[in-house]
Design a protein around this ligand. Sequence first.
Ligand code: HEC
Length: 156
Amino acid sequence: MATRRAKPAIALSICLLAAVTATFAIAFVAASASLTPPATAIDEHSYAEEVATAMAGSSAASGQTLIAEYGCGACHISGEGRVAPLFAGIGARAARRRPPLSAEQYLFESILYPGALVLDGYANAMPANFRDRLTLTEIGHIIAYLLTLDEATGNT
Ligand code: HEC
């Protein structure tokens, strides 16, 4: 009796498991699809929509906090054995790095898809998972903060 009852219960569990897995798979694909993949051929429209959304209401002060929180300074810091470029002066540099991308578009791409352009003299060592860890709003805050940095500021 007990074993006969157990079978439908197992079948039901398997169905439930399959349903839950499918739901997660669909949610994952939907979430991944919500961000533009790295542009293979860039133009002035690349990332433009997301950048506009990210920058709406962005706060440089929040960006500074997030940069500390996410440990960007572990690599982007002055000193010996530095593995990444300093943030000092990045606001002006970003505008020239990858024409026709604007400074905002370039910073957006650098944070989400660091492999899209690996700077001369550096390894492709920037973590590629910030796109999963940061919300669009947080990315906007970080970009706003980076844009405020001139040569004298931002040596984290
Ligand atoms: C493990 C080391 C590491 C960490 C942590 C890291 N980065 Fe980077 N980052 C790099 C390296 C290496 C480069 C240069 C290579 C390249 O172009 O991908 C880079 C490049 C960049 C650039 C382009 C810089 C330029 O001068 O054009 C930006 C912007 C940037 N990182 C932002 C960030 C932000 C924001 C964080 C934290 C949320 C962060 N990085 C965390 C290693 C790191």
